[in-house]
Design a protein around this ligand. Structure first.
Ligand SMILES: Nc1ncnc2c1ncn2[C@@H]1O[C@H](COP(=O)(O)OP(=O)(O)O)[C@@H](O)[C@H]1O
Ligand SMILES: [Mg+2]
Length: 450
């Protein structure tokens, strides 16, 4: 009946159009209700084939019913017999149910004997192609388990805008590839290296930090030896800014003195770090932003040698001891290696937070990310120039992520710096020797006994 056929086709077309519109305009609910269940079923159903193809199976001896050709019966028909016997079968890692994530799904696997997470990491690209997803990332929450996280399409092509984190010294600066927030938390990871070629997004990330930290009760300090072009517009919110070598030597001396002073304060109070001090006594945290680290080490002539040596020693001391006394470093640069001068390698070792934007040479990636998983280095070198702000982020837990910073224009950072300028403590107040808390000895002992 042509009528019914036309009707059926009409309904089908309407259904397809509806699904298309749903996925187009409300992808999130579409993904949870339609896309993900289909994908999960497919993944479970094809897991055996995929695991076999990606070399993730093992041969195991099993008792199995096998068919063996039997005798030819008098009728001339071959009788097939089934027998229970030992055979080698391909065993796949046991897979738990996939769970949806914001941009894809994740699933836990039980590793087979002799397998390590690196075996899965090696197969990640194969898995991604087999499942037709953008990427598969491998992590291992505990021995014997491997978590595969698949992202359907690159979530870092577009990232939305900066939400405010309520925590002191913590800033959400962008998005991780997993869809989660990328946060820089100076209280967990005190010192950071932010490396990348020019135009890779280093300054954008510093802008994001300034926007995030400006409304918080912290002192911001800038070092910008490229004539101050980067940080001068943010001066209203900075407690101190060095734009020349002379200024930076002075400012670093101040920071070291401040650290010694706080050390004394903590010793008097019997505290290991400023966070163990009572809130009334606790000095204000200081975040030090350096725009092009190499400039601090460059020498125009021999006469600057002593200044550079002083700079280097002071910065290293801040790196070594600053964490306990509330002084945090965020060092940006194109290359942060020993070629800058002595002391840089030691300084780098103090920075457990590593951010590697697009780089021009493999050594810079290795230098920045250290001896991480080789896949992280490959990933760092594959960052395209069209997506500035994309970076590989690593911190002390040994995990690494691909992430992208929120776009924060100079204009937005400048606006934040002006809006919150009243929160910028005067540098003279911050460093007043023996008075970092604005209290004298008597107040201090009173507070501490209270
Ligand atoms: N996360 C991002 N999203 C979009 N554009 C970005 C992002 N990060 C940087 N950019 C753009 O890329 C260009 C270079 O960024 P910039 O931070 O100045 O790089 P760098 O300091 O490494 O030279 C700028 O035009 C900036 O607006
Ligand atoms: Mg820059």
């Amino acid at each position: 009946m042509p009528d019914t056929l036309a009707q059926t086709l009409g309904v089908l077309a309407a259904l397809m159009a509806g699904l298309w519109a749903w996925q187009r305009f409300h992808y999130h609910s579409y993904w949870l209700l339609i896309g993900f269940p289909l994908v999960a079923l497919t993944v479970r159903a094809t897991w055996r084939k995929v695991a076999l193809g990606c070399g993730l199976t093992k041969k195991r001896q099993r008792w199995w019913f096998t068919t063996v050709p039997g005798a030819i019966a008098s009728t001339g028909i071959v009788k097939v017999r089934r027998r229970f016997q030992r055979v080698a079968v391909d065993t796949k890692p046991w897979m738990w149910l996939p769970r949806p994530t914001r941009h894809g799904w994740r699933v836990t696997l039980w590793t087979l004997e002799g397998q390590i997470p690196a075996d899965y990491a090696q197969a990640a690209e194969r898995l991604a192609h087999s499942w037709g997803v953008h990427a598969v990332r491998v992590s291992s929450p505990r021995p014997g388990r491997v978590v595969l996280a698949a992202t359907m399409r690159d979530p870092l092509v577009r990232v939305d805008h900066i939400p405010r984190s309520g925590e002191l010294l913590k800033v959400s600066v962008g998005r991780l590839e997993t869809g989660g927030l990328w946060s820089i938390d100076f209280r967990t990871v005190p010192h950071w290296i932010n490396a990348g070629a020019t135009q890779s997004g280093k300054s954008n990330l510093a802008n994001a930090l300034i926007v995030g930290l400006a409304p918080q009760p912290v002192a911001l300090v800038g070092f910008d030896l490229k004539g101050g072009v980067e940080f001068t517009p943010y001066a209203p919110r900075l407690s101190a800014l060095a734009t020349t070598r002379g200024e930076s030597v002075g400012l670093l001396d101040d920071l070291v003195a401040l650290m010694v002073d706080r050390m004394g304060l903590c010793r008097t109070a019997g505290a290991r770090n400023i966070w163990q001090l009572p809130p009334g006594v606790r000095p204000v945290p200081v975040v030090v932003l350096v725009d092009e680290l190499a400039e601090l080490y460059l020498m125009a002539d021999k006469s600057e040698k002593d200044e550079v040596a002083r700079t280097s020693t002071a910065l290293l001391r801040v790196g070594q001891l600053g964490r306990a006394f509330g002084i945090y470093l965020f060092l940006s640069g194109q290359r942060i290696g020993s070629d800058l001068g002595p002391g840089v390698t030691a300084l780098r070792a103090q920075c457990s937070g590593r951010i590697c934007h697009r780089v021009n040479d493999p050594e810079t990636a290795t230098m920045t990310l250290g001896d991480l998983d080789p896949a992280a280095l490959v990933s760092a070198r594959a960052i395209p120039a069209e997506t500035p702000g994309v970076a590989i982020v690593a911190s002390q837990d040994g995990q690494w992520y691909r992430a992208r910073s929120f776009y924060v224009s100079e204009h937005a950072a400048e606006y934040a710096a002006r809006t919150w300028s009243h929160l910028a403590p005067e540098w003279a107040e911050v460093i007043r020797p023996g008075h970092s808390s604005g209290l004298d000895e008597a107040d201090l002992s009173e507070l501490l006994t209270a």
